[in-house]
Design a protein around this ligand. Structure first.
Ligand code: FES
Length: 143
């Protein structure tokens, strides 16, 4: 994995985080190219199995990014997503995958800079977690 950028899947709500990612590009805010965006109408469409499947499909990290609490265009989609992310984190831990490899963020449409910053920080977190895993003898990658 050395020298290789981690593969990160970002499930983004169309109305907020996806628009923020688009704005980041328009503003020429650079963010890592290893972030693969999956556009959803709302983070409420995210299910636990989708999150876990991303790891089965060799993702190193997964982000769910949606509207701020209280701003979901489908009212409670993001609060449902938050619960599903919490449940998926438990399942990851049971499977021996660090739950820090999955996280949820709330990124308003006007925050292109925040999207870029989040993408950078999450990428660095995943790189650090992957490095730590390599340094622990006896622990094998579950992938
Ligand atoms: Fe953005 Fe629901 S519409 S999280």
């Amino acid at each position: 994995m050395e020298g290789k950028e981690p593969k990160i899947i970002a499930f983004c709500c169309h109305y907020c985080a996806f628009t923020a990612a688009d704005l980041a590009g328009t503003m020429r805010q650079q963010y890592p190219t290893n972030i693969h965006i999956v556009r959803l109408p709302c983070t409420g469409k995210v299910h636990v199995n989708m999150l876990l499947q991303a790891f089965v499909d060799q993702a190193d990290g997964v982000i769910v990014a949606g509207c701020e609490i209280g701003s979901c265009h489908f009212l409670e989609g993001n609060t449902r997503a938050r619960k599903r992310v919490a449940l998926a984190k438990q399942k990851l831990e049971e499977a021996g995958v660090d739950p820090e490899k999955l996280d949820m963020y709330y990124i308003p449409a006007s925050e292109g800079q925040l999207f870029a910053k989040t993408a950078h920080e999450f990428t660095e977190r995943i790189k650090r977690l992957n490095e730590n895993k390599k340094e622990q003898p006896g622990i094998t990658n579950s992938k």
